[in-house]
Design a protein around this ligand. Structure first.
Ligand SMILES: Nc1cc(-c2cccs2)n[nH]1
Length: 247
């Protein structure tokens, strides 16, 4: 997968050199480039914004600069791959694990990080008509950030970890919260067996794999019912087996 990020704060994306995403880039599993939007400005001051038509506070990001940048980035591809143009914003579709799974299936993501009061609306309008480009505005939650860079980091991590080969044990993707099982994850423990008077649940040290699996499933169901009953309601009817019903 190829991901291009356009931003006026490239250093905000420095964490993408670290940990699993950094490893995926170095191993070639993920081709990720961060671009400084100001490289496509034409004036001495490298201006990317201007006052809003209709008045009001703040500044709006100029369509001409974004147009030059996006044309250049979209044109730079090996075989005319279709691209998803992601525009982070509080008014977008809220990112869920399902969205991340969908995006992980894309060949290319281009992420346009807005700042100020946002990007001129004609940019999204224009690229939505571009063959081979799908425009999606993405929110990472119902709160307001100062720019799209943090949202880009969240989207990239949620997507990159789903790419084959990025996480060591793909099985762990099934039982994590919001994973394929559709439940919250069960509680986990490691050594020492007793810590400050708290013992590890005996079943986990019994060596009885069937009982451990049942215990974990029960805890995941209990947690989901207590904290996120909405997730239980969404489960496919056949996702719960008779043994689950007793939780
Ligand atoms: N979820 C979310 C995204 C955002 C912003 C993206 C770009 C500017 S503000 N705020 N909240």
């Amino acid at each position: 997968m190829r991901i291009d990020v356009l931003t006026i704060f490239p250093d905000y994306l420095a964490p993408l050199d670290l940990s699993l995403v950094g490893k995926a880039r170095r191993s070639g599993l993920l081709d990720l480039a961060v671009h400084d939007l100001r490289d496509w400005t034409a004036d001495r001051h490298r201006t990317v914004d201007d006052t809003p038509f209709g008045g009001g506070a703040g500044m709006v990001m100029r369509p001409d600069v974004w147009g030059e940048a996006l044309d250049a980035v979209l044109a730079d591809d090996d075989a005319g791959q279709p691209a998803v143009l992601l525009v982070p914003g509080p008014g977008g579709e809220v990112l869920t694990q399902r969205t991340a799974e969908e995006l992980a299936g894309a060949r290319r993501l281009v992420i346009a990080c807005g700042r100020y009061e946002g990007i001129d609306a004609r940019v999204a309008e224009h690229y939505a008509t571009r063959p081979g480009v799908e425009v999606r505005e993405i929110s990472i939650g119902d709160y307001v950030l100062n720019g799209g860079e943090v949202a880009a980091l969240v989207v990239i991590e949620a997507v990159a970890r789903l790419l084959p080969g990025v996480v060591g044990n793909p099985e762990s993707l099934v039982e994590e919260s919001h994973g394929a099982a559709g439940l919250l994850e069960y509680p986990v423990y490691t050594k020492p067996p007793e810590w400050r008077g708290h013992a590890v649940p005996e079943v986990l040290t019994s060596g009885h794999h069937g009982k451990v699996a049942r215990w974990r499933r029960d805890r995941a169901l209990e947690r989901t019912a207590a904290r996120r009953p909405d997730l239980l309601a969404r489960l496919a009817p056949d996702a719960l087996d008779p043994a689950d019903r007793r939780v």
